[in-house]
Design a binder for this molecule. Structure first.
Ligand code: AMP
Ligand code: MG
Length: 393
């Protein structure tokens, strides 16, 4: 059986030729940049006052107080007309252009008006209070890199360099199929021996937050020909197909064989992890298929550790694997250690605490968890205080 690391190597080694598109700036948050972004201006674009105060010609005075004549008032957005000479100053607002001859801007708090056009400087703090032209960014500087996932601060940078329709990767279209004769849709009351289809809603929610474009393609029965029809239809219409259920060893688990009949090249069909052992991954042309186990926790965890980073890679983003190394808050043990275990934990007070967890059907456990603890193959016990690897959710 493949280790999780070997499985991720196979999944992440796939090559994609995913398309790009331009989006309005305000729709770019969460998207993956498909080109480097360069600045068309210097930042700041002019020598700018960092404070409300007085633009003065001296960098320091030998003795205080000193009284200066105010020759001009400079609001933000206005070009100053007068050069500062000795004994003069200009009243200046935050963000306004600093006039010629300015050595520093004295904060209004260090001054007091003594006449209509006279100001007395009573103390001198060290700051120059000038943001110099180009000190943050030069024209032509690369301000954002291709492959970056756009966060709100990046949107501000895009706006500041005039990149109002950034080029981003198209969102992968993801078709979602649930399988299982026992499933009914969430709006129905399950009959005896039935359960609600929670995986589809969960996967739709997970796909949206990547972000990618989920489409729900229905519940397929545990029956070969009908399952084949739905799979064929979905394979033709999406970049990625997510199936849940029907991948284990039961008499009615037809997903792997039907995928094979449909021409999918199965690249693996189990991983040495707990939960999520019977996970299937395959490819047909440019369509990628994940067959996730039906248990809601397995489906949830496999999406987070395998499908989410895969979707980001399709769009050209290599997510840095965020792993916290933090102490375990209590002693923890398990019986078998032939697989890597993924354990739901609550990170609080600088430590990880396993939450109450009854196994891979217990999706409620994950409503209490904000991290997944990796317990490696061969390890049966971890003591309180030992450092463990936790991926935050
Ligand atoms: P399977 O992988 O098909 O053997 O399913 C494993 C377990 O997960 C069974 O108890 C199923 O009833 C349950 N299950 C399968 N699909 C879903 C689903 N879409 N929503 C909630 N539970 C499911
Ligand atoms: Mg099933």
């Amino acid at each position: 059986m493949l280790s999780f690391e070997e499985a991720t190597e196979i999944v992440f080694a796939q090559n994609f030729n995913h398309g790009v598109e331009r989006v309005p700036l305000h729709d770019s948050v969460g998207r993956i940049l498909a080109e480097d972004v360069f600045s068309d201006i210097e930042m700041p674009p002019f020598n700018k006052s960092a404070v409300d105060g007085y633009a003065c010609g001296s960098s320091i005075w030998p003795e205080l107080p000193v009284t200066l004549e105010i020759i001009e008032t400079i609001p933000a957005g206005v070009i100053p007309l007068k050069t500062i000479l000795d004994g003069h100053c200009s009243k200046i607002m935050t963000g306004a252009m600093v006039p010629e001859g300015t050595c520093r801007v004295v904060m209004v708090e260090d001054t007091e008006m003594t006449g209509e056009n006279l100001v007395r400087i009573s103390s001198q703090s060290k700051g120059i209070n000038i943001c110099y032209k180009g000190e943050d960014i030069k024209t032509g500087d690369r301000v954002l890199e291709k492959g970056l996932r756009v966060a709100p601060a990046h949107v501000a940078v895009l706006a500041s360099v005039g990149a109002t329709s950034p080029l981003v990767a198209k969102l992968p279209r993801v078709g979602i199929i649930s399988t299982g004769d026992e499933l009914v849709e969430p709006e129905l009351i399950p009959g005896i021996a039935q359960i609600r289809n929670s995986n589809a809603s969960q996967l739709i929610a997970q796909v949206k937050t990547v972000p990618a474009l989920p489409t729900y393609c229905g519940i397929a029965p545990d029956e070969g020909p009908e399952l084949r029809k739905i799979i064929d239809r979905t394979l033709a219409g999406y970049d990625v197909v997510l199936l849940t259920g029907g991948v284990s060893m039961g008499d009615f688990d037809f997903v792997p064989s039907v995928l094979q009949e449909a021409g999918v090249d199965i690249l693996f069909s189990s991983i040495a992890i707990q939960p999520g052992k019977p996970t299937v991954f395959g490819r047909r042309g440019n369509t990628f298929i994940f067959g996730l186990p039906g248990n809601p926790v397995s489906s949830f965890v496999l999406f987070e550790i395998l499908v989410r980073p895969f979707l980001l890679r399709m769009m050209g983003n290599i997510p840095a694997p965020v792993m916290l190394k933090i102490p375990l808050g209590v002693d923890y043990s398990r019986r078998k250690s032939v697989r890597k275990s993924m354990i739901p934990v609550m990170i609080r007070d600088g430590a990880a605490f396993p939450v109450e967890y009854h196994g891979s059907a217990h999706i409620n456990a994950y409503t209490m968890a904000n991290g997944i603890l990796d317990m490696e193959i061969g390890i049966t016990g971890i003591s309180k205080g030992e450092l463990v690897n936790v991926r935050p959710l």
